[in-house]
Design a protein around this ligand. Sequence first.
Ligand code: ISL
Length: 586
Amino acid sequence: EIDRQWWKEAVVYQIYPRSFNDTDGNGVGDIPGIIEKLDYLDYLGVDCIWLNPVYESPNADNGYDIADYRSIMAEFGTMDDWEDLLEGLHDRDIRLIMDLVVNHTSDEHEWFVNSRDEPDSEYRDYYIWRQGRTDVDGFTGHRGPEGEAPPNEWGSFFGGPAWEYDEASEEWYLHLFDVKQPDLNWENEQVREDVFEMMEFWLEKGIDGFRMDVINLISKPDAITQHDPPEPSDFGGTIDGPKVHEYLGEMGDRVLSEDLLTVGECIGSDMAMDEAQRYVGRDGDGLSMIFHFEHVLLDQGGEIWETSDWDLRELKGVFSKWQHGLQDDGWNSLYLNNHDQPRMVSRFGNDEEYRRESAKLLGTLLHTMQGTPYVYQGEELGMTNVSFDSLEEFRDVETLQPVRNALESGDIDSFEQVREGLEANSRDNARTPMQWDDTDNAGFTTGEPWLKVAGNHDEINVEVERGDPDSVLEYYRRLFDLRDDHEILVYGGYDDLWFDHPELWSYTRSLDDERLLVTLNFSDTETFFEVPNPEDHDGDHPIWTPDVDGADEVELLLSNYDEVGETDDPSEYVLRPWEARVYHLT
Ligand code: ISL
């Protein structure tokens, strides 16, 4: 029998408030701006909003550096505005999940201010302070006073060392991200208690769950206390650290319940399925789902400006692994975009000649897998990556800092040298203002936008797409409707069909006697599809052969090209460039 949950059936829409809609003309989006667009969200038909951090913050990392967990960033509005937003969403049957950022705080959070300035206070141990090393000859990295080396050689995710020296106390604190994002010490029971109370504060306000930022980094390995450090940049045991499940289990017992949507962001390049199940399985920590990174790392290189070639079979392999891995125990999140990722259509599709087709194809993929789809603002319009003419046009710390470091050290000579890579990879691609209309600032602000507006906003925007039956926007609305109408899309099992095909991604979904057949042509050319002969199949995955003649009803549920005959034989046909088809067989 099916284990039904609202969060399995939901489509989640992610709002990055800074870039969504500005009502006061300061060039920064705000909460009243989201309220102004409630009817848009209602028309769109999404079920839940994930709101990126809106808490008080000095914005070293756009709100992921929180100075006060219980108040709203003044730039975004007030707590009253936030409460109006929650009410407006709930009135429209849209739920709200909040970003929970508890691996680190801002260095301006009063816990850290006390921790740094009052080394004898109870707050010292809220963060991770260590002595430096004096006995390291070969160390070539950044050193503290008198040549002291940091406690170990970890580098920050944003470039440079992960330790910062404090002159007053002559110790170093750990920051896996920016120097203004000191890591909390989860070993300290009082830290955990304060975090859980803060979560209760928001739950009592009526929110429907949490998206948990880098939650698999909260438990640090013993290595940070040892003077035999891992290689530079090797975080070793920080990922899925030794006590992460103990801490999350405690959080589960204390504050979480099954009716909440909880999604843990878990960084890392290759998670074993039994580890995944410790987070989301029946006997796991009780999270609804996690965000893993395996698919979005396929085209990445070592540095922020480095890319690597990806192959469709690798992408299929990642999805297939997770589809099968959590099919019977656990649940998947489905995403290609978020505020940290370049735009999917520029990455995995063709953002020029086949922008519409490929945006729809990728949307089809995300909404016809087993799991909960996450749609990031602008994805529903087919928004693309942007071009940046100089380093000054970027805003993101993850882009700016490593490039500045590399320019300074001479590792690179100029912006031009890394421009192409940054244009492919930078998180700022995702953060350009939402495109509402074709006016100068795309209807986002009457002021000067905090980050440039994409040049193509005159053709890609809500106003032109709304009501246009061929638009990406209207197609996304159909995808949401389809999930509402067909339980098989939510709960059906997944099987690969013709897995080793280099350009075609085809699979089936099955629930009782019902079948779906999905075929996606990931190429600029026509590609022939036929249901493969099971005898030619290597047998890695069970294969289902649609008995087309035997089916009572063959229905073309969805296609991203309009002229497809409903009577076309679904067992073999030619797919046009970036064509996607979903057949329903009963
Ligand atoms: O790995 C990344 C992109 O592929 C990084 O951009 C990102 O830092 C990582 O995914 C962790 O992300 C989360 O925590 C960061 C914050 O900057 C991101 O915006 C957030 O989503 C630190 O809080």
